[in-house]
Design a protein around this ligand. Structure first.
Ligand code: SAJ
Length: 417
């Protein structure tokens, strides 16, 4: 019989996972507390932008392999993929707690519960203890030596937004079982749809592994961003410098940018820093370097604004190209490009022209402001005196170099450098 799976949380990870499992013949219930999301998915549509996801969801909903609801129902396996924000200097695990409370009443002996959300070390154990308290009639892997009714594992998602459907199927998975038996059960589950290696370990190692991966990338991007500041001081082109340095066989410098955004790399390193502040000095420094980069970009734009004002231009026009946290996605969470555009808007003495091909309306503080206008990239460039390239969307590579002549340029992504 087909395996029944409930996926809790239909966001950037949960919905693609639900679609992939259903496309492998599993009967999937997607659970989300947002009725709009549930309604959208049940129509075979999607509420996020991710290449190839729309076609998969349309097919599996049409074939009745995927259905959405606001409450969990009994299943063989439960995957929890809910947000884990970092609020006021502390990780907020309340969504995981709510998910555990929601699935506890429908759990049955033989079930598998997998946590995929990024979380601080120890979270899976806490979640397991909570479910054990809520269901004293079932044996959870919290007390050594007892027969286990419910297998619990941590298997972090590691997919790259923009490539999720491919990476969900092909990336290797790190699978931490609360016990060996839990790990083996979870490995069998992932092997049924994942073509990558399924690497078994402990829950704590798997939790820290996910955080280490994102902190590693953050530290490496911080190195590139710090180099861009050093290059600015010496009048050196950072893009040329990194290109040349990367010809060394053991050097691979990442790309500097306007800062680091998204809900993963800009957030997850704090889970390590907040729980090991004395040890995580480099990881903290990297966060600070990356968080300070939008301020540097704002200063670059401001110096052009002041220069134009000093020669008599009363209200310079600033084109902000891109608002999302990275290229070719519609996600604005922690976006440095959005923060920079809002910063320019707040000065109040410039006109702000925004081009963002992946959004239909102006988000956040930019919405409803008289001096902020959203238009196509060629239109914003022709209206502006200063052009700030904030996101390297593929549409922007079509921009005619001739249209930039006579403009002041702040190219944060090296597209025109
Ligand atoms: N960025 C740079 N320079 C670079 C690379 C990225 O400035 O050379 C910036 C991007 O513009 C963006 C931010 O970093 O603002 C993060 O983008 P990203 O593409 O590096 O990563 P995410 O956040 O989309 O996805 C990451 C991935 N983690 C790693 O590569 C280690 C992904 O595999 C994870 O699954 C995801 O976080 C997650 O969900 O944790």
């Amino acid at each position: 019989m087909n395996e029944r799976v409930a996926v809790i949380g239909l966001g950037y990870i949960g919905l693609p996972t639900a679609g992939l499992l259903a496309s492998h013949g599993m009967i999937v219930l997607g659970v989300d507390n947002n009725p709009h999301v549930v309604e959208t998915v049940n129509k075979g549509l999607i509420h996020i932008t991710e290449p190839d996801l729309d076609a998969i969801i349309q097919v599996v909903v049409g074939r009745k392999l995927l259905r959405a609801a606001t409450k969990p129902e009994p299943a063989d396996a439960f995957i929890i993929a809910v947000p884990t924000p970092f609020l006021d200097g502390k990780p907020d695990m309340s969504h995981i707690e709510h998910a555990a409370r929601a699935i506890a009443p429908v759990l049955r002996a033989g079930n598998l519960v997998i946590l995929e959300s990024t979380c601080p070390v120890g979270t899976t154990e806490n979640m397991c203890r909570l479910m054990a308290e809520l269901r004293p009639d079932l044996n959870f892997p919290v007390d050594a030596g007892r027969k286990i009714d419910i297998s619990v594992a941590y298997c972090p998602e590691r997919v790259l937004p923009g490539m999720i459907m491919h990476e969900l199927e092909h990336n290797d998975r790190v699978i931490g079982g609360m016990t060996e038996q839990c790990g083996e059960r979870a490995v069998r589950f992932y092997r049924s749809f994942c073509k990558g290696a399924c690497l078994r370990t402990s829950v704590r190692t798997a939790e820290l592994c996910k955080l280490a991966e994102n902190a590693f990338r953050d530290v490496n991007i911080a190195f590139a961003n710090e180099l861009s500041l050093i290059c600015d001081r010496f009048g050196v082109n950072v893009w040329e410098l990194t290109r040349l340095a990367n010809h060394h066989p053991r050097v691979k410098i990442l790309q500097p940018g306007p800062g680091v955004g998204g809900h993963c790399i800009a957030v997850d390193p704090w889970f390590i820093v907040s729980s090991a502040p004395e040890q995580a000095r480099l990881i903290r420094a990297a966060r600070e370097v990356n968080d300070s980069k939008p301020i540097f970009v704002l200063k670059q734009i401001r110096s052009f604004v002041d220069e134009l004002k000093s020669v008599g231009l009363a209200r310079p026009g600033v084109a902000c190209l891109g608002l999302t946290f990275k290229a070719d996605v519609d996600d604005i969470r922690e976006s440095p490009a959005l923060a920079i555009s809002e910063g320019v808007m707040r000065w109040g003495d410039c006109d702000v022209f925004v081009a963002e091909p992946n959004l239909r309306v102006l988000p956040g503080e930019l919405a409803g402001k008289n001096h902020v206008i959203m238009k196509s990239a060629p239109d914003v460039i022709s209206s502006a005196d200063i052009v700030a390239l904030l996101v390297n969307h593929r549409e922007f590579s079509q921009i005619e170099p001739a249209s930039l002549i006579s403009k002041k340029i702040v190219d944060t992504r090296g597209m025109w450098s």
